[in-house]
Design a protein around this ligand. Structure first.
Ligand code: PEP
Ligand code: MN
Length: 345
């Protein structure tokens, strides 16, 4: 349930209403806009409570929220959330943030080289996989802790915040020590124990949509993280499985404007996994930005044909630079710009 206060409500009125919400055994969540304060009531939406809150002074209206997710919903927080990911980089504001780097980190020179290349082409966040979820147990599964250290070094050298996937609760401390953003991948988006645990941190979490995940399931997964206390969640559309086999996944462009309508969280696009084909990455990136994406997550490798994972969808360093040039015009056309790196390379 949400309680919309009238513009005249003073901080004391807000406090009185929050106290009343808490007396009913519910938690209160405040969203302070430029005109109005909204008090989110977290718990069962009982009609009797609606009647009670409606009679309170300075309550303009009371709405029952029928959606199963609350804290991630735009009803609770009408303004866009902007997530500070460190080193002066933010996701969700007017600027589009581009995260780029290898699918898997192969060695230090590899990730540092790609970090420099993507940085020079305009990326502001470095990605790299250390713990890799692979469909077959016989494929390369990442260099783990060593790779986390190589990634952190590459971030230091280039001044970029870094993002990497955490697959297990047991690895959270190590990943959080080295990463500025923790990625929860498509296979783990419904690992509720992992979501609870990353929810206990304040570190930003990039939450991918599941392989066949419904939008509602994805938003409910984000709700777990917010409900555990971490508001810093970035949603990532990475394609879903459909009947089509000509490409790896079907990038669901609809998901971007819909997730942004339903939720205040930033939404970024991963056209690398969303297509599985390097030649589709630039056009689908442009489409994602046109549809309102707040950022891109792009796989880049100096020699995709030799990559230990996801070579077919990886852009070369040169391919990434030309993709960046081609998306900036689309960003301008929808009233946005690509984020400019704040720290000189
Ligand atoms: C990745 O980012 O390399 C990855 C494994 O992504 P996803 O979880 O979307 O498959
Ligand atoms: Mn990958």
């Amino acid at each position: 349930m949400i309680i919309v206060l009238s513009p005249e409500a003073t901080p004391e009125d807000v406090e009185r209403i929050v106290r009343r919400v808490e007396e009913t055994g519910h938690a209160a969540h405040l969203s302070t806009g430029s005109e109005r304060t909204i008090v989110g009531v977290i718990g069962p939406d009982l009609p009797v409570l609606q009647d009670m809150f409606e009679t309170m002074t300075h309550v303009e209206s009371v709405h029952r929220v029928t959606k199963p997710y609350k804290l991630v919903s735009r009803d609770f927080h009408p303004a866009d959330s902007v997530i500070d990911v460190g080193r002066g980089v933010r996701i969700g504001g007017p600027e589009i943030a581009v995260m780029a780097g290898p699918c898997s980190i192969e060695d230090e020179a590899h990730v540092v080289g790609t970090a420099r290349a993507v940085r020079a082409a305009g990326a502001t966040i470095l990605r790299g996989g250390a713990f890799k979820p692979r469909t077959s147990p016989y494929l390369f599964r990442g260099h783990g802790l060593d790779a986390l250290r190589f990634l952190a070094t590459a971030g230091e050298v280039t001044g970029m915040p870094v993002i990497t996937e955490c697959m297990a609760v047991a690895d959270i401390d190590a990943v959080a020590r080295y990463a500025d953003i923790i990625q929860v991948g498509a296979r783990n988006v419904q690992n509720y124990i992992l979501l609870d645990e990353v929810g206990k941190l304040r570190k930003p979490v990039l939450l991918k949509r599941g392989l066949s995940g419904l939008i509602e399931e994805w938003l409910l997964a984000a709700e777990y993280i917010l409900a555990a206390g971490n508001p810093n969640v970035i949603l990532c559309e990475r394609g879903i499985r459909t009947f089509e086999t000509s490409y790896r996944n079907t990038f669901d462009i609809n998901a971007i404007p819909l997730a942004k309508e339903l939720s205040h969280l930033p939404v970024v696009a991963d056209p690398s996994h969303g297509t599985g084909k390097h030649q589709l990455v630039a056009p689908v990136s442009r489409a994602a930005i046109a549809a309102g994406a707040d950022g891109l997550l792009i796989e880049v490798h100096p020699h995709p044909e030799r990559a230990l994972s996801d070579g077919a969808q990886s852009l070369t360093h040169e391919g990434f630079a030309s993709m960046m040039a081609s998306v900036s015009g689309i960003a301008a056309a929808v009233g946005r710009t690509l984020a400019t790196p704040l720290v000189p390379a």
